[in-house]
Design a binder for this molecule. Structure first.
Ligand SMILES: C[S@@+](CC[C@H](N)C(=O)[O-])C[C@H]1O[C@@H](n2cnc3c(N)ncnc32)[C@H](O)[C@@H]1O
Length: 297
């Protein structure tokens, strides 16, 4: 934490009120200053609980879909050596930079990178070898994939890209909404824009069941850690109730009442050599299964 005079603290408080309107996280900037994020504390406590099983000391960390940067800053606070924060949302970039500056963080932001193109777009970070580093030595020890999966039309592509950025043996920390109370393995299609079975948020595409989540990880060269799984019941408020979002003009189709929660878990990046060879050969056909494109390096 940087130290500030009382005048500087007042200025930070003033800037927070006047220069920024679009916050998601409650980020502790020190001096009793916290960014005015949503009241999603149960969800965030769940992430912190699962994250407690990971050692961040001296690790390199990738935080995908970092938004205001909460999880990147916290990774750094937990002792990570290098933290890279990616997103493709310029709207929150200045919020991230404001917090980074106030905290005195060294997190490296790349806010023009889609979760579908991580391996390709982080090429400079991965390949640079001026200081006796070998290309791809900077593959990440820990990848944080939080609050993102259900926003994506192609969740498997994104999980595959996370695997392509992580060292074999590294840890994925993933958090998503899930359908509870079923042993089945499926992803419910939310049905936006006409049906919205679970959420009226038009950027919510899918809600996987817990088994589906585990199986998608296994299918992307991760070994899910069953013991890490933690689920809390959490229904985000209807967007139509949050004034800054446009109201949906349809009522939605409730085929069934799904109990929806938030799941957080870890998974270990498996060595492709330990996986069934025929299956790996299929994954290596990236013209059929795009995403797992550099994991063997
Ligand atoms: C709910 S916020 C989660 C923020 C943070 N990772 C967390 O878990 O607290 C969703 C994040 O996903 C990103 N996002 C949403 N839809 C996306 C999409 N279709 N493609 C890429 N990123 C998306 C947003 O930019 C935002 O950073």
């Amino acid at each position: 934490m940087k130290s500030y005079s009382p005048q500087e603290i007042d200025l930070i408080k003033k800037q927070l009120k006047t220069d920024f309107t679009y916050w998601y996280h409650k980020i502790d900037l020190g001096y009793d200053i916290v960014t005015p994020g949503f009241d999603y504390d149960p969800l965030w406590s769940n992430i912190r609980k699962v994250r407690g099983g990971i050692d961040y000391k001296d690790k390199t960390v990738l935080d995908i879909a970092s938004y205001d940067g909460l999880w990147a800053f916290e990774a750094e606070r937990l002792g990570a050596r290098t933290v890279v924060a990616t997103d493709c949302l310029y709207r929150t970039f200045k919020n991230f930079m404001f917090c980074r500056d106030v905290i005195g963080s060294q997190c490296i932001p790349y806010y023009n990178i889609s979760p579908y193109n991580l391996a390709e777009r982080l090429d400079v970070f991965f390949q640079e070898n001026f200081d006796q580093e070998k290309p791809y030595e900077r593959m990440f020890d820990i990848v944080q994939h939080l609050g993102l999966l259900y926003h994506l039309r192609d969740p498997l592509l994104s999980i595959s890209q996370a695997r392509s950025c992580i060292k074999t043996g590294g840890t994925l920390l993933i958090e998503t909404n899930v359908i509870m109370d079923t042993d089945e393995s499926f992803m419910l299609y939310n049905g936006i824009p006409f049906t919205h079975r679970v959420s009226d948020n038009y950027s919510v595409w899918w809600i996987p069941t817990v088994n589906c989540m585990k199986e998608m990880l296994s299918a992307s060269l991760f070994e899910p850690d069953e013991a890490s799984i933690s689920i809390v019941e959490f229904t985000p408020p209807l967007l139509s109730k949050i004034s800054r979002f446009p109201k949906q003009t349809h009522k939605g189709a409730k085929d069934k009442d799904y109990r929806v929660g938030r799941l957080c878990m870890t998974a270990r990046a498996t060595n492709p050599q330990d996986v069934q060879p025929e299956f790996v050969r299929e994954l290596e056909r990236t013209f059929r299964n795009p995403g797992l494109d550099i994991y063997y390096k």
